[in-house]
Design a protein around this ligand. Structure first.
Ligand code: BJW
Ligand code: ZN
Length: 248
């Protein structure tokens, strides 16, 4: 992969780098994406499962779908892309890793500061008394009831029509607005407000780079498009970043 002179210069000078990741970053680990063929949503539209009404209509069905995804996520490992992003945190004085993913793979790759916009699949809470439950037993195929109050337990993820965690969204918007270079990686940029972040960065003067296997809803608005698998591109990019900044 050839990186442009402009990108290399921007990275050499950058103090502040921010990254938005989506499901594509975990694809090379074996986690299905949402909107690609063979993805999680192929049989069901996102709105059919990842929303409050779907859960209330058939909690066991939606719960078993999350259990299935937990099974996949616990079996897979971080890939070269997650590892390169964890290393990038050490390269730049200010680095913001913003993820839409709920799969814990950035954490497992060693990233320390992660802004999780859509929650985390390993956290669950009672909808009635908000007691939190972690490390759910994967053999529980039927929705769990709270030990304290009998309320339904749901995953601590953000469904359609729900607000994103306010603090995380504020930090993400600030990181985007302050970035010298902003990467949007492995996301179709179809889901808002996350898809606004690269645009916020662009309007505030950042050099905005997309890494994806194919064009997205916002490609035309960005500065540079790197087409290919994010694990491969990020592994090359971190090597170049370290050498341009004289790091080992
Ligand atoms: C690779 C690769 C490789 C593959 N290497 N790349 C403004 C305008 C229009 C609508 C709205 C708006 N503001 C809000 C809305 C409504 C809605 C929305 O955005 N709808 C759109 C669909 C139009 N947003 C919301 O409801 C949000 N809440 C909100 O805004 O609250 C305020 C509000 C409330 C009520 C009314 C109005 C406002 C909440 C959104 C929550 C999204 N939740 C999900 C589920 C999380 C839990 C779970 O996982 O079960 O989050 S949906 C799903 O999509 C998940 C993802 O994080 C999210 C984004 O998907 P992502 O990561 O981009 O994956 P894919 O599959 O789409 O793309 C993968 C990409 O990777 C592809 O491009 C591939 O090419 C690429 N790829 N292999 C590199 N190896
Ligand atoms: Zn409870």
């Amino acid at each position: 992969m050839v990186f442009s002179e402009k990108l290399l210069q921007r990275l050499k000078d950058a103090e502040n780098v921010a990254v938005l990741t989506g499901a594509g970053v975990s694809a090379e680990s074996g986690v299905p994406t949402f909107r690609d063929p063979g993805g999680i949503w192929e049989k069901f539209r996102p709105e059919q499962l990842a929303n409050f009404e779907a859960f209330m209509n058939d909690p066991d069905f939606v719960w078993s779908w999350y259990q299935h995804r937990r099974e996949i996520m616990r079996e897979v490992k971080p890939n070269k892309g997650h590892i390169a992003l964890a290393e990038m945190e050490q390269v730049f004085p200010k680095f913001g890793l913003i993820t839409q993913n709920i799969d814990n793979l950035h954490f497992r790759a060693g990233s320390k500061k992660i802004i999780e916009l859509h929650g985390n699949i390993e956290r669950n809470f009672c909808m009635k008394c908000r007691t939190f439950y972690e490390e759910i037993d994967l053999s529980e195929k039927k929705v769990l009831k709270c030990e304290k109050c009998g309320g339904l337990i749901r995953p601590d993820v953000v469904w359609f029509g729900e607000m994103l965690p306010m603090n995380e969204l504020r930090i993400a918007e600030e990181s985007a607005a302050n970035a010298d270079v902003f990467f949007t990686i492995g996301t179709s940029a179809e889901v808002y407000p996350a898809a606004m972040l690269p645009i916020i960065a662009k309007r505030a003067g950042a050099y905005v780079v997309e890494i994806n296997t194919k064009p997205t809803a916002i490609s035309a608005e960005l500065d540079e498009i790197l087409t290919g698998k994010s694990g491969e591109i990020l592994a090359e990019l971190i090597t170049v970043m370290k050498s341009t900044r004289n790091l080992k």
